[in-house]
Design a protein around this ligand. Sequence first.
Ligand code: SF4
Length: 472
Amino acid sequence: MVEVILKGHDKFYGVSDVVRMFFGVPEELKDKGMVIAPEGPDIKLVNELFPDGRSVTFLGDKAYEFDGELLEPGREIKRSLYMAFSDITSQRMPWGCLTGIRPTLVACEEKDAQALEDKYFVRADKAELAFDTSREELRILSKAPEESLCVYIGIPFCPSRCEYCSFVSSDISCHMDRLVSYEAALEKEIKLIAPHINRPLSAVYVGGGTPTVLEEKEFASLLDSIYSNLRITPECEITIEAGRPDTITDGKLISMREHGITRICINPQTMRSDTLLKLGRKHTAEDTLRVYAKAVDMGFDLINMDLIAGLPYESAEDHVTSTKRLIELAPANITVHTLYKKRRARISREQVMDTDKTRGGLDECVAESYDLLREAGYHPYYMYRQKDTGHGLENTGFAKGDTGSLYNVAMMSDCRDVLSFGAGGMSKRCFKQEGELYKHRVERCPTIKDALTYVERVEEMAEKKIGFFSFQ
Ligand code: SF4
């Protein structure tokens, strides 16, 4: 068992982040002033923060301390602990000691990628990725005035549950009856809040789950409600996450085009049909191709397609082949996710981490996908990491030209307010902080997760958000 004793500080969260990177899920024993990792080797360390801001991690008579410019205390303690663990395990993480903070946020503070390598031990390719992406994020974000608002509308239902899914989403095969009442409640919430919105909208994102799981009638009705209640100007970006190709019908595509929507997501995840079926997705790669061709034909010119690297049942080569097939289709955006596990997913931790290495190197195949995308004229425009990935990688959105999604950037950067409609949505307000260039203080307002309870208590949810945003 790994034991880390905290001395001179109480930053349990930061210590846990670094322990998790190397040794899996940690436990914080606050009464004893320590963080432990039951799965790790038997070692005892002291992570000390001194009054002058230095942090040293001690292991027996060995001391780990960075020799150079000091970071703020929270980052400094992670850095000295990372140095110790990296030495003990002979492991270097792709993102070095960057954890619990967005790499692009740190990259914004630095003048070049080299600084990320030198100060945070980030690997050269990742440092470059963070630096390039951060500049693109800032450029895209500048399109949304500070006072503008992003809107998220959530449909937490899907036609079936994917094996790797960690979202709050119900399989409609068991909840068909709930969809109609849920959509009606959503319209009600939009109607209740919309008249109070006193700020311009910069982006609207209809996500899920799978919004196109709604029947054509309800789907069209929801779009009518959005357009008749929210002030969607030509400058406002609007995206529909069509998601699963098995839910996209001609009628729904027509509805979207009639409302003037051209930005949609069609998400294959992989172009191997046998993997899709094993994962429980109930559609094939051919369905993706058919729906994509139809959407292009109908004038959708801003299509995002998601891929997941590291899926069970697949080799690294399969992922690279899927990337190549999407590049041939040439959608405006391709997003490469790396598989990760959260508690709700049915998939096991071993499958996520590929502990027996049957699927080949995830790190290498992601790097190869990125290279292929860059060669094909795509550039990274937004990026985020999830801390319990196991493999320490990231998710990156690539775009051609100026087609990157403002909503994605705004949402991930925590720099613009987001008003969420629907069950499980998280509204947030982002406040600029004195002395901080890019980091905002964020206040959050969650909505009830359970769809049934949301339907029953929709007025209360609307009132709570009107108060949260201080709408008059
Ligand atoms: S489509 Fe997405 S939200 Fe729905 S079950 Fe699959 S992974 Fe989860």
